[in-house]
Write a new protein. Structure first.
Length: 73
């Protein structure tokens, strides 16, 4: 699976976190969810964490869809 890229997160003074993907807002986290996200992003691969938290990651069914008769060439 290719590594996700293009995600940036910004922590605001009020404690909220905004995640953007290629310059467009992908999600805003507040309170306990923002704290949990920051802890996870700082301890691991931040790009993968942001992709997972925003739902913009592969779901595992791409190979199945590619092999469907409708999608074959």
């Amino acid at each position: 699976m290719p590594r996700p890229s293009g995600f940036i997160y910004e922590q605001h003074p009020d404690g909220s976190v905004t995640i953007t993907h290629h310059g467009r807002a992908a999600g805003t986290l507040r309170g306990a969810r923002a704290e949990k996200f920051l802890a996870e992003a700082e301890s691991g691969d931040a790009q993968l964490v942001m992709a997972r938290w925003t739902g913009a990651y592969k779901h595992g069914n791409e190979r199945t869809a590619r092999n469907h008769p409708r999608n074959r060439r």
